[in-house]
Design a protein around this ligand. Sequence first.
Ligand code: HEC
Ligand code: HEC
Length: 572
Amino acid sequence: MKSITYAFLALALYSTNIVYAQDWSSSAELPGIEKCKDSHGHKVCYKDGNRKNIYELSESQVFNYINEGARHVMSYPVEITPMQIPLKSLENFFKNEQGSPLRRFIYRASQDISKFKSIQDIYSKLGLHQYPEFETQRGPNLIPFMGELEKEAMGVTIFGKDNARGITFSCAACHSNNLFGKKIIGLTNRFPTANEFFHLGKKLVSKVPSALYKSFFKASKEEMYIFKRTKNALKSIGIKKPIVLGLDTSLAQVGLSLSLRAEDEYASFSKKFQRRPRKSGFDKKPADSKPAVWWNVKYKTRWLSDGSIESGNPIHTNFLWNEIGRGVDLKKLENWLLDNKNKVDELTAYVFNTEAPRYNDFFPRRIDIAKAKRGEKIFLKTCSGCHGEYQKGWSDNSTVSYEEAIETTKVWYHKKTPVIDIGTDPLRYEGMKYFAKDLNKLKISKSIKTIVTPQKGYVPPPLVGIWSRWPYFHNNSAPSLYEVITPDFKRVKNYIAVESVDPKTDFDFNKNGYPHPSKIREPFRSKKKYFYNTKLQGLSNQGHTRMLVNDDGSEKMNETQKYEVIEFLKTL
Ligand code: HEC
Ligand code: HEC
């Protein structure tokens, strides 16, 4: 009798924990009501639903998943990841006297690291942000309490204990930002420099002989294990520097790393290809892009800026790609993924659940509603055929409050995510051709049902939270919304980037983006690395123009109308 009750109880408990199997196939559609219309001679079909609650969990389950998922965002869950920097050695390094032989030695091995005075210096060089100290610094997406880790920086992950600690980075390193004092998870890090971590690894670890390392750092047995594992992993990691600060080379890193491995379904380690890498398109051409925002994934059915991942859970794929870029043994990763399905699900639930920061929460009552309504009319005519429709609280009901009026009550986005070529820089989408075959062949790709198909063009992104996402386009080539809606032949050719600390100095409220170069504060203005030059390969600001001009080449919108459209975009 007792055992039957237990069995029943176990079943009941189990069934409340069932994760709804999502449709990750290439035929998946958004849920909700369908609405089709004719847009400039093309039929487009929207749905009013989204996949925010991707596993269709109950409220209390969502709560649990989000809480756990948030922890993985901050601290990388894949403890088998082989590329880790031994922490104790770093600490020793910083404790050492200025003129010590250790310092002189490291100085020769690496010009960069010897300039740092502390581990915090390295974090800031890596573009990482501090955890929030006060409630007011929290944005719309949960940042969990991470205990001791909060002394480091968001995204810093420490595995192991005492003398056996290894450091690596999690999603938050590239997918979080400080937006005028608020820490926003899911917003692009405007200055992601994760690739510096790999350079640091190459300099600090791969060039230093193990025996020397051991004696200089008085490294423990555990520390030597981390050191040697990293040294070994680095042999299968191909790195490329971004063309400019603000872009990321993760894609190239995956492609170049695969070219150091065998062509079998586990991309096995290969001495032969480590010595003589297979040829890769990334040797000659860049395919840089910025980390995408997370709150858009709930509206999409294919992933990445070019929509090239046409099936499979994008978070699953992320683990695979992240780990190829960190030199993992794919047989080990295969087992890890099987054993840690819950972690993948939790992180997936978190990412799909993220929300955009709202303009009105930062700058209360600064949006001119009448002006935004005029912009909405232009938007519906000129933009919504690609970017979707955004139902506002204002309708024609004049009795609603200001806050209710600017609220977006519904998003109508393509039931199947389109890819459209509007002539923006092609290098990023072309990059997919270099390694799609290698990726699709992998056993893990097959078992997680990831299919990558190179595309021609990019996804017209949903524009929720667009005000907070400057600079614009996949390659950051437009510094403000104003430039996005200005034809390429009149678009600015250069700009200077600046951190979003104080809106008075760091934000152009009218154009919505970076201030004019003459207004950029120091040290940003004089530092070359913040200068964006659209003449460089991969940084072209061409395209997104056809819809902005008449047949005779003249602009469709005058200045007044452009600012009306911008006013509307701020409300999204
Ligand atoms: C080294 C920086 C970096 C790290 C770390 C990183 N990402 Fe990304 N992520 C990117 C870049 C760059 C892109 C966009 C690539 C593109 O589409 O051109 C991206 C795209 C994505 C997308 C696709 C969004 C869309 O609209 O299709 C998702 C989802 C995502 N990342 C989730 C994650 C998760 C989860 C983690 C942690 C496990 C993570 N990322 C870690 C750089 C990073
Ligand atoms: C024919 C389809 C199409 C039309 C019409 C269109 N866009 Fe776009 N838009 C795109 C595509 C595709 C991209 C992505 C380009 C890239 O990243 O290279 C894009 C990018 C953008 C971005 C940058 C998004 C980001 O995350 O950086 C904004 C903002 C934008 N469009 C606004 C508008 C506005 C406003 C209009 C109307 C005046 C408009 N678009 C009309 C296709 C279109």
